[in-house]
Design a protein around this ligand. Structure first.
Ligand code: MEV
Length: 427
């Protein structure tokens, strides 16, 4: 196919088999045999399953799963699988958890499994009256919602509460109904979206307005998970380290530029467990960052203080809408396996462990940043990636990585030269 014939309008692409799609992509992009073979290689889900999970599948992508050790959560030891492409993330959790293990580890809690769905109503001239007209229908609304998912109700979940807000927008006032629903061990997006869509015509008929959006809110502030832990000053290297970390926290708390990075570090841990368990990383990330800005200024998701005994106390609170049933959590065999490693039997238990991991991750980053800096530890691990990228295989990887670290030059160009030297027997 010549360049001028290339078109992204591939007729019937979605109806092709995964192999046929891969051939079409290979032809379009001029992929060589090795690249095609790489994409065709099975990961830890077969392409048949992948093909049912999303559309237009051509391949799967495997991400390493590391297991965080030393985690003690609510008096129970747990091993935590973390799926991430970033080096140092798993090691940081292991180290942070070890330093608070003897002091009891992490204590956690949750606010409940409540998700929020929004129904956006526009075109009413009397929004405050419309708001009350909707609130008066609470029992009817509860019945409409619960009829959408009798199984959920049987499991003890279902409609819990109703809020109606008047939101003044650039396009005029909107009457926004919040359905607050206990989704039990499901993340619950499908459940609450169905409820919002089912309710919409009734809201229109009660108010005379027009409903547009009917969708969950990712600011899941009724589904919070919390974790706290105390790190004895002597376990973390003394008061100077503790005070450096407190100062790092004060920085994040005061400055959104720093808070974004501070929270990114937290999400390194949170998203890794969310991904390993087949949950929706984007939902959790959107919720976390929105929650971090809930008071009108983006700030830290964690708090750090000094206890009366002089120890470092950390805490975290964030929305954690994760589930054990439904979606990839249910059908991805590796996600199921990760849940078995965790040994959790409820979504709330999973959320609590994830919150603890987020706190541990933040401790690790702040401690490194307030002392040696992160590059030392990070580069030692990153050196492996650089060595592999330079073409090192087998035992060469560790050997080449060690050379790069020792020379403090963890760089691709240096790795390439050193690998050649190694192979020539010069290094
Ligand atoms: C890197 O992925 C995460 C950190 O930048 C987090 C932080 O700065 O707190 C180390």
């Amino acid at each position: 196919m010549s360049i001028s014939n290339l078109t992204s309008r591939i007729s019937g692409f979605h109806r092709m088999s995964t192999a046929e799609r891969l051939e079409a992509v290979a032809a379009f992009s001029g992929l060589d045999d090795a690249t095609r073979a790489q994409l065709a290689a099975p990961g830890n889900i077969d392409t048949h399953l992948a093909d049912h999970m999303i559309e237009n599948v051509v391949a799967t992508l495997s991400i390493p799963i590391g297991v965080a050790t030393n985690m003690r959560v609510d008096g129970k030891d747990v091993l935590v699988p973390m799926a991430t492409e970033e080096s140092s993330v798993v090691a940081a959790v292991c180290n942070s958890a070890r330093q608070c293990y003897d002091a009891g580890g992490f204590t956690t809690s949750v606010s409940g499994n409540l998700m929020i769905a929004q129904v956006q109503l526009v075109g009413v001239t009397d929004p405050e009256n419309a708001r009350l007209r909707i609130l008066e229908r609470r029992d009817e609304i509860a019945a409409i919602c619960d009829r959408c998912d009798p199984m959920l109700v049987q499991l003890g979940g279902g409609f819990r509460d109703l809020e109606v807000r008047v939101v003044n927008s650039r396009g005029g006032p909107m009457v926004v109904t919040h359905l607050i629903v206990d989704t039990r061990d499901a993340m619950g997006a499908n459940t609450v979206n169905t409820m919002a869509e089912t309710l919409a015509p009734s809201v229109e008929s009660w108010t005379g307005g027009k409903v547009f959006l009917r969708i969950l809110s990712n600011l899941a502030d009724r589904r919070l998970a919390r974790a706290r832990a105390v790190w004895p000053a002597e376990a973390i290297g003394g008061e100077a380290v503790r005070d450096g970390m407190i100062s790092a926290y004060h920085f994040a708390e005061a400055d959104p530029y720093r808070a974004a990075t501070h929270n990114k570090g937290i999400m390194n841990g949170v998203s890794a467990v969310v991904l390993a368990t087949g949950n929706d990383t984007r939902a959790v990330e959107a919720g976390a960052h929105a929650y971090a800005a809930r008071n009108g200024r983006y700030t830290s998701l964690t708090n750090w203080e000094v206890t009366a005994e002089g120890h470092l106390a950390g805490s975290i609170e964030l929305p954690l809408p994760v589930g054990l049933v439904g979606g990839a959590t249910k059908i991805h065999p590796t996600a199921r396996a990760c849940l078995k490693i965790l040994g959790v039997s409820t979504a709330a238990e999973l959320a609590r462990i994830i919150a603890a991991v987020g706190l541990a991750q933040n401790f690790g980053a702040m401690k490194a940043l307030a002392t040696t800096g992160i590059q030392k530890g990070h580069m030692a691990l990153h050196a492996n990636n650089v060595a592999i990228a330079a073409g090192a295989v087998g035992e060469e990887v560790a050997k080449l990585a060690a050379i790069l670290v020792e020379r403090r030059q963890v760089r691709q160009d240096v790795a390439t030269v050193e690998l050649e030297r190694m192979r020539a027997g010069v290094a």
